[in-house]
Design a protein around this ligand. Structure first.
Ligand code: M6R
Length: 366
C-alpha cells in the first residue's frame, strides 16, 4: 500500500509529478492557449467583477493561499487577502456580495474553514472551494469549486496536496488573467507552456533526495532551524518550517528573508542552520545579501538554488539544485527539497513520520 516506500509521506512526495499532471489534465490546453475549468467558466463574471478575493484556510492549505495571493495579484490584478479561517470566523469580517471567498482544504472537513464558509455565505459572498477529498463537507457547502485530484493523502504532513492546490490556483489565476487582459498574450502563453513542464521539473527536483539526505545527517540534532524566502517563496519558507516542526519536532520558523534584520537575526550563531530559498528568478540579489548577513554571523547556510548557480554556492555551506522555472511557478519546485529534508531528519530522529504526535489528518474540531 506504500508502493515500496517506507512511509506514506515519501510515497506521496514522489507522486507529485503524476498528481500535478492529473490536476491539470483536461483543464490546461497549452497548445490552444486555453484553461477549461467548469467551476470557473460557470461563474466567470463573479470572479471578474469581484472587488476582492478572500482566501481562507488552515496550515499548509493557508500557505498555498499565500502563494496564490502573489499569483492572483500579479496575473489577474485582483486584490487578494489571505486569512486563517479560525481568525476570520470570529472577527466580524467585512465581506459582502462583491467579494469572492476561496476556501482551500485538502480534507474538506476542517472545522474552522467550514465555519468561515458558512459565515461568508450568510454575508452574501460567492464561495469557491479548492478541495482534494471528493464529496467532502466543504466541497458540498461551497457554491462551486475545483478539485485538486491529488488522490488520497494519508501522511499527516501535507505534501502533494500543497503542490496540487498551487497548481489549481495558478490555473484559475491564468484563466482570470486571460478574461481580464491583465497579462500580455505572450506571457499568458509562456506561463501555460511553463505549467505543462512542471511535472517533469518536479521529477528532476526529486533527484535532490540524496543531497537532502546528506544534509539531514549533518543537521538532524539541531534544536532550531530558520527558513527564509522572498516573494513567491516566502510562503514556501513557512511551509518548509511547518513540515520540519510537525514531523521531526525541531523548532523551526519561516520568515520573509528581509524580516530577518527586524529580530530573528539575533538568533544566528554557528549552531543555527538557515535554509534559504534562493532561485535565480525572483529577488535573487536581495536574497544573496541576506545570505551574506547570515554568513558574517557564522550561521550555517543550506541554500536551494537554480541549477548552475555559482554566486550562492560560493557562500553557502550546502546547496540543493533545482531546475529553472519562472518566479511564479518556482514554489512548485522549491518545496520539493524542503519536504525531503524534513522527511529524512524525522526518520533519522526515529519519529513517526506518517502519524506525528498530537496531530490529526483532519481537524474536525475547532
Ligand atoms: O485538510 P486541510 O487542508 O483543511 O487541513 C489544514 C491543516 O490542518 C493541514 O494543512 C495541516 O497543517 C497539515 N498537517 C500540514 O502538513
Amino acid at each position: 500500500e506504500k508502493g515500496g516506500y517506507d512511509h506514506f509521506m515519501m510515497k506521496e512526495i514522489y507522486e507529485q509529478p503524476n498528481v500535478i499532471k492529473d490536476t491539470y489534465r483536461g483543464r490546461l490546453h497549452a497548445n490552444e492557449g486555453l484553461i477549461k475549468m467548469a467551476g470557473i467558466e460557470d461563474n466567470i463574471d463573479k470572479f471578474i467583477n469581484a472587488q476582492r478575493i478572500l482566501i481562507v484556510a488552515c496550515g499548509t492549505s493557508w500557505h498555498a493561499g499565500l502563494v496564490a495571493e502573489y499569483i492572483f495579484e500579479e496575473f489577474a490584478r485582483i486584490p487578494v487577502e489571505v486569512e486563517y479561517a479560525s481568525e476570520f470566523r470570529y472577527r466580524n469580517p467585512i465581506i459582502g456580495d462583491k467579494d469572492v471567498l476561496i476556501a482551500i482544504s485538502q480534507s474538506g472537513e476542517t472545522a474552522d474553514t467550514l465555519a468561515a464558509i458558512k459565515l461568508a455565505k450568510e454575508k452574501g459572498a460567492f464561495v469557491f472551494g479548492v478541495c482534494n477529498v471528493v464529496g467532502s463537507s466543504i466541497s458540498r457547502e461551497t457554491h462551486a469549486g475545483a478539485y485538486t485530484h491529488a488522490g488520497p493523502e494519508i501522511g499527516v504532513a501535507s505534501t502533494k496536496a500543497f503542490t496540487t492546490q498551487i497548481t489549481v490556483l495558478t490555473m484559475i489565476a491564468l484563466r482570470l488573467a486571460k478574461a481580464k487582459g491583465t497579462l500580455s498574450i505572450s506571457d499568458y502563453h509562456r506561463y501555460l507552456s511553463e505549467l505543462e513542464t512542471i511535472p517533469e521539473k518536479v521529477s528532476e527536483a526529486l533527484h535532490t533526495n540524496d543531497s537532502a539526505k546528506a544534509i539531514a545527517t549533518v543537521f538532524k540534532d539541531a534544536t532550531n532551524f530558520l527558513y527564509l524566502g522572498r516573494g513567491y517563496n516566502f510562503p514556501v519558507a513557512l511551509e518548509g518550517a511547518l513540515k520540519l516542526k510537525e514531523i521531526s519536532y525541531i523548532h523551526a520558523e519561516g520568515y520573509p528573508a528581509a524580516e530577518m534584520k527586524h529580530g530573528p537575526i539575533a538568533l544566528i550563531d554557528e549552531q543555527m542552520p538557515v535554509v534559504v530559498i534562493a532561485p535565480k528568478q525572483g529577488h535573487y540579489d536581495k536574497v544573496v545579501s541576506n545570505i551574506q548577513e547570515i554568513k558574517s554571523r557564522s550561521g550555517k547556510i543550506i541554500a536551494v538554488v537554480t541549477k548552475g548557480d555559482e554566486q550562492v554556492r560560493a557562500l553557502a555551506d550546502h546547496v540543493i539544485e533545482i531546475p529553472e522555472t519562472s518566479d511564479a511557478m518556482s514554489p512548485l519546485l522549491t518545496t520539493i527539497p524542503l519536504q525531503l529534508l524534513s522527511y529524512h531528519i524525522a526518520v533519522m530522529r526515529g519519529c513517526n513520520v506518517d502519524q506525528p504526535r498530537n496531530l490529526a489528518k483532519s481537524v474536525t474540531v475547532e
